[in-house]
Design a protein around this ligand. Structure first.
Ligand SMILES: Nc1ncnc2c1ncn2[C@@H]1O[C@H](COP(=O)(O)OP(=O)(O)OP(=O)(O)O)[C@@H](O)[C@H]1O
Length: 304
């Protein structure tokens, strides 16, 4: 598992990650969700020992990454695509990685098959599409058969088939009992991929809960009502304690379901032109949750 305690990273005056505590558990996909600049990559770089924390600690399987005798067998990571020698083939790149970590050459063939690029494995990586590059990056992450896998924005730039593939792979890795930590700035993507969510904004953890709990808590709904008798209908509904707002010539009703609204208005003799249950999207919930952090960023930049 991955465990962060008081994890902090500052760049000059800028606090990129601010006293963060979290645990990423094995056997499930944990989504690391936050808007651009929230601190996801910085956190992941600290997990991998690529950046030193300014304060606090982060450990992988109980110890710091830098203390691991065989890091690629401990944790596999996809950080950014394209950090690859363009003249080298996928197979050579993976062979070199395997050899320098004491991993047998057979594993190279296995991971090439696993990510589906065996047929182009001897081509120069410079010719690869973005999707193929991402698959190669994932192959490199998995070469040591690590129990912990960290993927930073793995679906960025992928086509729908590639996105589905990454999702299925993350699921399979978690089902095998691994710790899978995947970052994204897209709520909709995380809702489909992750069992558990860690939401970060302005370097702070804003939510740490199951995806189901997040959806239940944040996907607000209301009943949209169109009627020629707006004021009277609102009065009838308010008498029952419903929360009624008048917006753009319609009523928005909370605390009552559509059949409750319909029955009440019918018995009071009002005509109904529309009765719809409207659910706010998860994307909206996520934007609302992280809005203050984004606003703060924007204001800071304007001030600077
Ligand atoms: N090397 C650095 N020097 C100065 N500031 C940095 C550095 N790296 C990151 N930052 C700042 O730290 C904050 C967090 O950045 P980080 O890249 O971790 O965010 P992120 O959530 O991964 O966003 P994105 O999705 O845009 O990559 C940002 O405000 C960024 O500008």
């Amino acid at each position: 598992m991955i465990r962060a305690r008081g994890l902090t990273k500052t760049y000059g005056d800028k606090v990129a990650v601010d006293q963060v505590d979290f645990t990423v558990e094995p056997g499930r996909v944990t989504g690391f969700l936050g808007p651009n600049g929230a601190g996801k990559s910085t956190t992941m770089r600290m997990i991998l020992g690529l950046d030193a924390p300014s304060a606090g600690t982060v450990s992988v399987n109980g110890h710091r990454y830098a203390e691991s005798p065989a890091p690629l067998r401990e944790i596999g990571a996809l950080l950014e695509a394209g950090a690859l020698h363009p003249g080298r083939s996928a197979r050579d790149h993976l062979r070199w990685l395997a050899a320098s970590n004491g991993i047998g050459a057979r594993r190279v063939t296995e991971v090439l098959d696993l990510v589906g690029i065996s047929s182009v494995a001897d081509e120069r990586a410079g010719r690869y599409s973005l999707g193929m590059g991402q698959r190669l990056g994932i192959a490199a992450a998995l070469i040591g058969d690590p129990p912990v896998v960290v993927l930073d924005e793995p679906v960025n730039g992928l086509d729908p088939e590639g996105i589905r593939w990454v999702r299925a792979l993350a699921r399979r890795l978690a089902d095998e009992g691994r710790t899978v930590f995947v970052s994204s700035h897209l709520m909709s993507e995380m809702a489909l991929t992750a069992d558990h969510l860690l939401v970060i904004g302005r370097g702070r953890i804003l939510a740490d809960c199951s995806t189901d709990a997040f959806i239940a808590q944040h996907s607000a709904s209301y009943v949209r009502l169109r009627t020629p008798d707006l004021a009277e209908a609102a009065a009838v509904l308010e008498l029952t304690g419903a929360d009624v707002a008048r917006v753009d010539g319609e009523l928005r009703v909370q605390n009552l379901d559509p059949s409750g609204v319909g029955d009440l208005l019918h018995s009071a003799g009002h005509r109904i032109h529309e009765l719809t249950l409207v659910r706010s999207s998860l994307e909206e919930a996520f934007m609302a949750l992280t809005a203050s952090s984004v606003e703060y960023e924007a204001k800071q930049e304007v001030a600077a």
